[in-house]
Write a protein that binds this ligand. Structure first.
Ligand code: 1PZ
Length: 214
């Protein structure tokens, strides 16, 4: 395992998602990105074979972070304010990527789709048998979600990478939350928050017909 992994716990990462939903049921961008950054760190601990995945996630996190560090930072405080601002100002390519290839809306949508996979994957881990294979849980949930948006070559590379994942119990221990049982309990606590973040974003994107942004 990579250096630094021993001080890293997935608990803090998943806790970041508990801070995402505001009292007005808006999704806060900063804790969302903090959650993703932690997930990327965790992914890097699993081996260099995953680096093509973490690099793409980092690129997308940085695009949105740059908006949060720009003069327009307040417009990117929540996903709701981002959507409203970018749409009102014609900053989103709706048909085909051209003038605004890296809009906040299209970039966030990629992370949002990945969050759907994450939700299903963690639920699969939580409810799986002790000796089940993480690689199977991972590929089944990937095929049912994110894979629909990826070209053949990426699906192929992802499939190869999944093969190196350890068994479920070892994977749960890699999360550094304690025993496998404690990790399962933590997942049970954290997953409803991740589901809520996903659901609110999905409804917002559906309402504005943004679910297919190029
Ligand atoms: C625990 C094992 C981890 C498995 C991770 C499963 C996800 C596989 C995703 C493969 C993505 C491959 C790289 C690049 C893909 C991009 O083409 C797409 C679309 O972006 P566009 O080309 O339109 O700009 N990017 C994505 O779909 C975002 C993927 C982010 C994945 C983050 C995974 C984090 C995993 C955390 C694990 C705990």
């Amino acid at each position: 395992m990579a250096e630094g992994a021993e001080t890293f716990s997935l608990r803090e990462v998943l806790v970041a998602f508990t801070a995402c939903v505001s009292e007005q049921r808006e999704v806060r961008v900063d804790p969302y990105l903090a959650g993703w950054k932690g997930l990327v760190r965790f992914l890097n601990c699993l081996g260099t074979i995953f680096s093509f995945i973490s690099k793409d996630a980092v690129t997308k996190i940085e695009i949105i972070e740059n908006y949060r560090n720009s003069d327009q930072r307040d417009k990117y405080l929540t996903v709701q304010s981002m959507v409203e601002y970018e749409l009102a100002n014609g900053l989103v390519d709706l048909q085909k990527r051209s003038e605004h290839p890296n809009s906040g809306c299209r970039t966030f949508l990629r992370l949002h789709r990945a969050l759907h996979w994450l939700q299903m994957f963690l639920e699969g881990l939580r409810t799986g048998e002790d000796n089940s294979k993480t690689s199977v849980i991972c590929s089944e949930t990937y095929d049912a979600s994110l894979a629909n948006y990826h070209p053949w070559i990426i699906r192929k590379a992802a499939g190869v990478a999944f093969c190196v994942l350890p068994t479920r119990n070892t994977f749960l221990e890699t999360m550094n939350v304690g025993t496998a049982e404690e990790a399962v309990a933590m997942l049970g606590d954290a997953l409803p928050y991740i589901c809520e973040v996903y659901k609110i974003t999905e409804e917002l994107y559906a309402q504005h017909k943004l679910l297919d942004l190029p």
